[in-house]
Structures are given as C-alpha cells and as structure tokens.
Ligand binder design. Structure first.
Ligand SMILES: Cc1cc2nc3c(=O)[nH]c(=O)nc-3n(C[C@H](O)[C@H](O)[C@H](O)COP(=O)(O)O)c2cc1C
Length: 153
C-alpha cells in the first residue's frame, strides 16, 4: 500500500482542518495509508518510509509559519529521491498563495529529489482565528483527491 505523510502546522485549527480534508481526498483516491503529524512530533528520518510527503502551514507575516520551515531545514540531509510532494497554506484577504509559493520554493531548495507534483493549495480564512471560508474544505478534499491519484499513478 502507498503511504503518505502530511506535516502541517496550525495555530487555531484551520490549517489542521484543511490537512484533514486533503487526507480524506487522498483516501477517496484509493488505498493510501495517510498520516497527519505536526513538526514538533515528526522525525526527519521517518520521511524515508513514505511515498508522498505533504507540507502545510498558515501564512504568518507573508511567510510560511516557522515550525514547518524548521522541519524542512532539519530534513535537508534525508534522501527523498523518487518521492512526491505537495504543499498548502491558509491565508486571509489578499494573500492567496503567498505563503505556499514560498513553502514550495523552500521544498525545492532544501529537499532535493522530492518532486512537487501539483500547484500549491491555498485555503482562505475569514479572520486570523478562522473560520475557513465556506467551500474551502471541499476544495481541499478535491486537491487531496488529485494528489492521491498522482500517488497511485
Ligand atoms: C502572527 C500572525 C501573522 C499573520 N500574518 C498574516 C499575513 O501576513 N497574511 C495573511 O494572509 N494572514 C496572516 N495571518 C493569518 C493567518 O493566515 C491565519 O491565522 C491562519 O490562516 C489560520 O490558520 P490556523 O488556524 O491553522 O492557525 C497571520 C496570523 C498570525 C497568528
């Protein structure tokens, strides 16, 4: 069975809900064992056990939140060749895609061999603490479904 891990950070729970919806979508695609984990609990070395590694975070001051970036830095020495990846963020107002673009750049710079297989997903929240804008979890699920189909080849 294919295995996917989603490393996400979430201060108020909104990015967590997006991560969970992406997992639902991936499972809808077929037999994929999916694990959700926060950077504080994740060990870079364990990434070798997965076929797909996803990263997600809130936009904090136009940047990906620090925990996920720190985890990527720690994972830079792990051999991730042949694995696929995708990234997502949550944001407010006019900042759609800003943090996820930087997150993808970081993945490309640091995690050699890991292949981003899709454009990043960006989910909107109504205010700093949420909630998510209506429809965003459904969109995230669709994103997960398309990533899942790529994982399953
Ligand atoms: C310290 C801080 C800075 C933030 N800066 C931005 C920002 O520059 N642009 C933006 O769109 N959202 C910003 N936000 C709002 C976050 O995107 C929002 O809190 C997040 O999407 C909620 O996700 P979470 O519940 O997973 O933490 C900021 C939030 C915090 C806490």
């Amino acid at each position: 069975m294919k295995r996917a891990i989603v490393v996400y950070e979430s201060k108020y729970g909104n990015t967590k809900r997006i991560a969970e919806a992406i997992v639902e979508g991936m499972k809808q695609a077929g037999e994929i064992d999916c694990r959700l984990i926060v950077p504080a609990d994740a060990q870079p070395d364990e990434l070798v056990h997965y076929d797909a590694i996803l990263f997600g975070c809130p936009n904090h001051m136009q940047e990906p939140s620090r925990g996920v970036i720190g985890f990527i830095d720690r994972a830079a020495s792990v051999d991730l060749r042949g694995k696929v990846s995708a990234a997502f963020d949550t944001y407010m107002g006019a900042n759609k895609g800003v943090a996820v673009a930087k997150l993808q750049r970081k993945i490309r710079e640091k995690l050699h061999g890991l292949k981003l297989v899709t454009e990043g997903f960006s989910g909107e929240v109504k205010s700093r603490t949420g909630p998510l804008v209506e429809g965003e979890t459904a969109r995230a699920q669709q994103f997960g479904l398309s990533v899942g189909r790529i994982i399953l080849g």
